[in-house]
Structure formats: C-alpha cells, structure tokens
Design a protein around this ligand. Structure first.
Ligand SMILES: *[C@@H]1O[C@H](CO)[C@@H](O)[C@H](O)[C@H]1NC(C)=O
Ligand SMILES: *[C@@H]1O[C@H](CO)[C@@H](O)[C@H](O)[C@H]1NC(C)=O
Ligand SMILES: *[C@@H]1O[C@H](CO)[C@@H](O)[C@H](O)[C@H]1NC(C)=O
Ligand SMILES: *[C@@H]1O[C@H](CO)[C@@H](O)[C@H](O)[C@H]1NC(C)=O
Length: 386
C-alpha cells in the first residue's frame, strides 16, 4: 500500500525463518534487503525514477526488518550497520519522490537531545493541514511514512515525522533511552511546524502509533497548539500494562522489591526454549529502548508512563483507536477514552473488517480512511473556532 514492501518478497523471506530462531529472521531479511538493494542500484534512476524509488524504499524496509530481533545484545554491530544501510536506501528514495522528503535535526529545549525529523509536502499549494507523526516501542519514522504518511499526503495533508529517545536513530546515535516526558521532543517539532512554509498552523495534528498512543497524548497535555491528537491505539498506563502481563508470581516479586529474585526469574524465563518469541522480544526490546540494563530496571522505568496525572491538561480532541485483537495493550484504549471523557473519539477497529490487529496491521487502507477523515473534519472545526 505505502510502497514499503511487497508481499511476494516478504513471503520468500518468511520461508527462510525458523520458528523461535531470531537469527534466522535477521538473516532472511538481510538477504532480501541486499537483493533488493542490488536491484535498486541497477536501475537508471534518471530514466526510471519511480522504479528506483520503489526499490530503495523496499530495501530500506527490509534492512529495518533484519534489525528487528537483534536488540538482546547491545554490542551486536549489526544494530548500527543496519540503521546506516536503511538510512542510505531511504534517503535515495526520498530524493526520488515527486517532492523530495527533507531531513532536519531539531534540538530539545534543554539542548540535550537532537530530534531527527523528516518533512513531506503534499504538493498542494497554500498552507495545508499537517500531521506530526511519531512511532512507538520499536518502529522508526521511516516506517511511519509507509504506514500512514503516504496516505495523508495523498489527501493533501502535509506530514512531519520525528523520533525521540528510545527510538531507532536517537537510541543509536545519542545513546538515549525513552523518556516519559515526551513533550521535550515534541514541543520543538510543533515550534518547527508552526513556522514551516506550507503548514496551516491552526490545523496541526499529532499522531502517535503503537506505544506512541501514550507518547502523543502525553505531549499534547503540554502543547495546546494542536487541533487534534490521534492515539493509534490508545495507551493509558504503560507500567500497569507491563505489570499485568507478568503474571502473579513475577508481579509479586516486583512489587515487593525483590530485585535480584525478579531479575533471575525473568532471565530464566527468557532463556527457556518454551517462552514465546513475542514475550522474549518484548523484554529485549523494552530493555534496549528504555536503556535498562536489567529486567527490573525496565519494569521500574515503565511505571512513569502513566497519563492519569496529566489527563486533565489535554485540551484537544483525541482519536482513541482500539483493536479487537489487541495483544500488547489490552483494555488500555478504553481506559484512555474514559479518562478523556467528551474529548475522546473512541473507535473500535473490528476484526471482522480486517482491522482488528494491533494498530490495524494489515488493514491500513481502512484504518487510514477512518483516522484521516476524522482528522480532516476535526481540524477544520478547530480552525473555525479559533
Ligand atoms: C554480542 O555481540 C558481540 C559483538 O558481535 C559478541 O562479541 C558477543 O559475543 C555477543 N554476546 C552474546 C552474549 O551473544
Ligand atoms: C543530523 O545529525 C546526524 C548526526 O546525529 C547527521 O548524521 C545527519 O546528517 C544530520 N542531518 C541533517 C539533515 O543535518
Ligand atoms: C525505580 O524508579 C524510581 C523512580 O524512577 C527510581 O527513583 C529508583 O531508583 C528506581 N529503582 C531501581 C532499583 O532502579
Ligand atoms: C464487527 O463487524 C461485523 C460486520 O459488520 C458486525 O457484525 C459486528 O457486530 C462488529 N463487531 C463489533 C464488536 O462491533
């Protein structure tokens, strides 16, 4: 849909994957990425810019996929190498767009964090509604372009993607893990957007994807220039969600502060061949992206990610998505919608309609229809009020 991949290629890679073997996943996607990168380089980009762009975008996606399961070992050199490869391929594709996407680096207010940004212009003249988009626990801003960015541009909505601590570029280049006070990296992006040519400053939306369903509402509680906020899907209290996923024994060890016992117990579970890959990945990715050297430290850090204390400071309407088959943040969207009260626009993504997975993965055409139509109407209403 968004030029990020092609199903036949992905199925070829999938055949090489051995269940529970993360290395085989990395190898399969690395091989696919290299192959598509060679194809991309072989295309005369002057003669065939569309073909070259599409090949570079796919190569970039596959390099990101190759990296997905590698974060259990922070010294693994492939982590940086694959980011460099995906960035080179993605930048080639950006240059081949009708209106090339532009990268910028912004700085946080305290000057401690560099914020990587990509700006995409829809090509429709005049100030346009604009959506600022951020990813979540594992995704990248490049992926965000394919998932929702391109669909927004097609509708004449300009798009700005960004990353903060914990997310791919900032985690690697600046060695920074997630921060609960996401406004630190979001307010500078809104400042930038307000002053950027082509942005209608009265119609700026903020969209958070996956764990971004916590990050975006958190930032919106401290930035009231936003006409609309979108949580795809809603997350209200991340720490409680992690605790709930642990089961009663681990939970007891954690809450009673038995740090060593907790770490040993989790480490044992993660080492067991019976543990589902998804659970293993959730901890490895959590420790990596929160920059927590132990499981306890990760769970402890997650406790700060709670919207309850700031929920009343949110002033903009919030689209709260909820997925019927949600497996990571069960019940969280409903809690967020309840706490927001009349500001929430709760939408249940129904599995029968093909949009029931986490973030409606696999059903982005319908999801984009629902979310982006809501944004267009809501931002237009907000602009009239001002
Ligand atoms: C982690 O990766 C480094 C660098 O490739 C390697 O030397 C080390 O053995 C790995 N550690 C584990 C536990 O696999
Ligand atoms: C942003 O900073 C990074 C270093 O962290 C650098 O590699 C990159 O080229 C910079 N991008 C722009 C657009 O200045
Ligand atoms: C747990 O988190 C609190 C609050 O962030 C922090 O003060 C404390 O040092 C953390 N404890 C451990 C053992 O990491
Ligand atoms: C999901 O959609 C189907 C088909 O339109 C409908 O029959 C069903 O009631 C919906 N389920 C929920 C929970 O809304």
């Amino acid at each position: 849909v968004g030029e990020g991949s092609d199903i036949g290629e992905v199925l070829v890679a999938a055949q090489e994957i051995i269940p529970k073997d993360m290395e085989s996943y990395a190898n399969a996607f690395n091989m696919l990425a290299d192959r598509v990168q060679v194809q991309a380089n072989a295309i005369d980009a002057v003669k065939f810019p569309f073909s070259a762009r599409k090949a570079y975008f796919r190569a970039a996606s596959y390099y990101r996929s190759a990296d997905f399961f590698l974060h259990g070992n922070w010294s693994d050199r492939r982590i940086d190498a694959l980011l460099a490869k995906q960035t080179t391929a993605f930048n080639m594709a950006l240059r081949l767009m009708g209106i090339p996407g532009q990268r910028y680096n912004l700085t946080s207010m305290d000057n401690q964090i560099q914020i990587p940004v990509i700006v995409y212009n829809s090509g429709i003249p005049g100030p346009r509604p604009t959506i600022i988009m951020c990813q979540g626990y594992d995704g990248s801003q490049e992926e965000m372009y394919h998932v929702m960015g391109k669909a927004a541009l097609e509708r004449g909505i300009n798009v700005i993607t960004y990353e903060g601590p914990g997310q791919p570029i900032v985690r690697r280049d600046q060695d920074l893990g997630f921060i609960y006070d996401w406004e630190k990296v979001t307010i500078p992006v809104v400042d930038f957007a307000v002053n950027h040519a082509g942005v209608d400053s009265q119609k700026i939306g903020l969209l958070g994807y996956s764990f971004g369903g916590y990050l975006a509402p958190r930032a919106a509680s401290l930035d009231h220039r936003l006409a609309a906020v979108m949580a795809i899907d809603g997350v209200f209290n991340f720490g409680q969600d992690i605790l709930a996923s642990l089961g009663p024994q681990m939970r007891e060890l954690f809450t009673s502060g038995k740090i060593t016992k907790f770490n040993n117990a989790i480490t044992k579970v993660l080492a067991s061949p019976d543990t589902p890959t998804e659970a293993k990945w959730a901890f490895q990715q959590g420790q990596w992206s929160f920059k927590a050297s132990t499981p306890y430290e990760f769970v402890n850090k997650s406790m700060a990610y709670d919207l309850a204390p700031i929920i009343k400071s949110i002033k903009a309407p919030v689209f709260v998505g909820d997925a019927e088959n949600e497996h990571l943040f069960q019940g969280q969207a409903q809690e967020l919608a309840k706490a927001l009260g009349p500001l929430a626009h709760y939408h249940f993504f129904n599995a029968t309609l093909g949009v029931g997975e986490h973030c409606a993965v696999g059903g982005s055409v319908l999801q984009n229809q629902v979310v982006l139509d809501w944004f267009e109407e809501t931002s237009a209403r907000a602009a009239i009020k001002q």
